[in-house]
Design a binder for this molecule. Structure first.
Ligand SMILES: Cc1cc2nc3c(=O)[nH]c(=O)nc-3n(C[C@H](O)[C@H](O)[C@H](O)COP(=O)(O)OP(=O)(O)OC[C@H]3O[C@@H](n4cnc5c(N)ncnc54)[C@H](O)[C@@H]3O)c2cc1C
Length: 387
């Protein structure tokens, strides 16, 4: 393998964005990915306005992708489908100047991979260890090959091997719920273009989202002991029974989804790191700051990381100083998003009937201005760099 200036470990959303942003600055970068080929995913995700703003600045417009839909209508409903509150999704994102999109993961990765153009992405390169040397860093792959770079970026996700070297082994933080998710060809009168519906039950919620091309993305959660969520081995019948009696479109979306298309993930994040790097090594995205899904900011903040990292490396001649400057700029915002996701998750997963009633009442009657402010705050991101 060659020796780039920057070695990015992980060709996920964060790693590829970093590679695109670095390449746009004329910096030599190569990406090393454990999987033998681009990973195939059956799910989708929301990319918030802060991230679409970054991607736009890198010349990437997700709204032209086939399985991608910009948020127009956001509706909050009870489990049985009664409207709690409708939020003007299109007006809110218009105020931010950039859309909130829901997109199939395969489509997003394909678009990022295309934008990375001739940046080398080495598949089948699973990094298992690192050695910091006088003039850079050396990573050792599972097959014995070595990767070198002046700096190394651990963009290797939730179970990051690079994080283990930087911060040691850490237990996951578990939140006692399971999330099922899938994409499916689906139509329903309620699912107009740009529809996102969140249905709130007791210790359970469901999201039904248009991703364009006649496809829907759905996710459903259910509280359960953390160990059961972690070792989940149930099937579609359990999902069906968890949402029995919910709004017809919820039941219908589950019904139409093939059993083997349903993925399950326990509700987890990790303790907030004080230090993201050491010497010529740093972390990015889930490797640095995994977060619960409530704010749709895990991938979106990884996109921000990639952008800021490239700015730092391009502006600061000493690579180690550049990595520390990147971390200083990102730690506060990432920590805020982790904590904010935890707070919102607590509210959303609450099981107590009185707390649920108060939550729904609060959402129904809260002033629109404060709802809009709370929704847009995490999505505000400044592309500028001040010394
Ligand atoms: C149920 C669910 C719903 C979500 N919904 C949203 C959402 O709506 N919006 C949002 O913004 N975020 C969402 N997220 C979070 C989002 O998926 C992650 O934050 C995002 O994928 C992080 O990107 P990343 O590039 O840091 O890591 P990843 O996407 O995990 O990519 C890491 C890459 O590194 C590779 N890798 C791993 N180990 C190694 C190794 N040792 N050597 C080399 N390569 C390695 C992996 O194969 C992978 O390709 C959701 C997460 C879950 C679980």
């Amino acid at each position: 393998m060659t020796e780039p200036t920057v070695a990015v470990i992980g060709a996920g959303i964060g790693g590829l964005t970093a590679a695109i942003a670095l390449r746009a600055k004329g910096i030599d970068v190569e990406v090393y990915e454990a999987a033998p080929e681009p990973r195939d995913s059956g799910t989708a995700l929301g990319i918030a306005s802060n991230a679409t703003k970054v991607l736009r600045s890198l010349g990437i417009d997700l709204t032209t992708d086939a399985f991608c839909s910009a948020l127009e209508h956001f509706e909050l409903r009870t489990a049985r489908g009664r409207l709690i509150r409708a939020l003007p999704g299109a007006a809110i994102t218009a105020e931010l100047g950039h859309p909130f999109v829901s997109i199939h993961r395969n489509e997003l990765i394909r678009t990022l991979r295309n934008a990375a153009a001739d940046t080398p992405v080495h598949y089948g390169a699973e990094v298992v260890d690192l050695g910091i040397e006088r003039c850079g860093v050396r990573a050792i792959c599972a097959d014995g090959t070595e990767v070198r770079g002046a700096v190394l970026i651990g963009a290797d996700g939730f179970r990051s091997a690079v994080r283990s070297v930087v911060a040691g082994e850490q237990a996951t933080s578990e939140y006692g719920y399971l999330c099922w998710l899938a994409t499916v060809r689906f139509s329903h009168p309620r699912m107009v273009p740009g529809y996102t519906g969140h249905y709130w039950g007791r210790g359970q919620r469901f999201g039904l989202i248009d991703i364009g091309g006649g496809m829907a993305y759905w996710w459903g959660t259910k509280n359960m002991p953390a160990a059961r969520a972690r070792d989940w081995n149930g099937g579609k019948a359990d999902v069906r029974s968890a949402f029995d009696g919910w709004a017809p479109e919820v039941v219908d979306a589950i019904e139409r989804t093939p059993a083997d298309a349903i993925v399950s993930v326990p509700g987890q994040d990790r303790p907030i790191l004080k230090q993201w790097g050491t010497g010529p090594v740093t972390l990015l995205g889930d490797a640095a700051h995994p977060m619960l899904t409530s704010r749709s900011q895990g991938a979106s903040s990884a996109v921000e990381d990639g952008y800021v990292l490239a700015e730092a490396i391009a502006r600061i001649s000493d690579p180690v100083e550049a990595l520390r400057a990147y971390e200083d700029r990102r730690r506060g915002r990432a920590g805020m998003l982790v904590r904010s996701s935890r707070r919102l998750n607590r509210l959303e997963q609450t099981q107590n009937p009185i707390a649920c009633a108060a939550r729904n009442f609060g959402m129904r009657y809260a002033p629109m201005r404060s709802l809009t402010r709370n929704t847009t705050r995490p999505m505000r991101f400044d592309l500028g760099w001040t010394a």
